[in-house]
Design a protein around this ligand. Sequence first.
Ligand code: 5GP
Length: 206
Amino acid sequence: MAEKGLIVSVSGPSGVGKGTVLKRVAEMIEEKWPGKAAYSISATTRSPRPGETDGVEYHFRTKEEFEEMIEAGEIIEYDQYVGNYYGTPAAPIAAKVSEGKVVFCDITIEGSLALDRKFPDDVVTIMLLPPSYQELEARLKGRGTEDDAKVAARLAKAREEIARAGEFEYAVQNNEVEQAAQDIMKIIESEMLRTFRQKETIKNLE
Ligand code: 5GP
């Protein structure tokens, strides 16, 4: 097991299944390296949805509090999404990486790319792709939470986002949760074998 951790930053269009796939990858990490899976808990100015708890899904903050965090340098990257701020708190993620953990970020495209620019060695960027645009449309409609105009807007946004896949290091297609999670595991396992993550192992070889 590498002594230095890794930030796995995953972006992709709304409805592609980031949350479900990452949950499965976290289970796989726990099977392979117990205690090593971690999530970055973002700060946001959006209101909690039913069932969400402050400090679990997000740190829910007012706009003023969020802006103070930015001023104080407590946020490594932030972006706006549907009129709200979302940002990654700096200190917890740095601590988790130094503990050798695999830290998952489910953040916007700009967020993933900003993280990668700041910490090129610590971050691996992955874009999660749908099986097809038709399937993405079916998934968005299946949620039943959006009217047709909103689904059409999300699909148009999905096309714009996927056009930027080339800015990511990896693209994984989510045809099926188990397969997508396994593909992400392969990426993580390779990243963990990078020499700079195994300096101590190499130095202390007897
Ligand atoms: P939701 O409100 O549905 O939980 O999230 C909306 C969007 O914000 C999602 O695309 C999610 O990936 C993104 N997001 C959540 N946290 C962060 C963050 O810390 N930074 C950035 N850049 N995006 C985030």
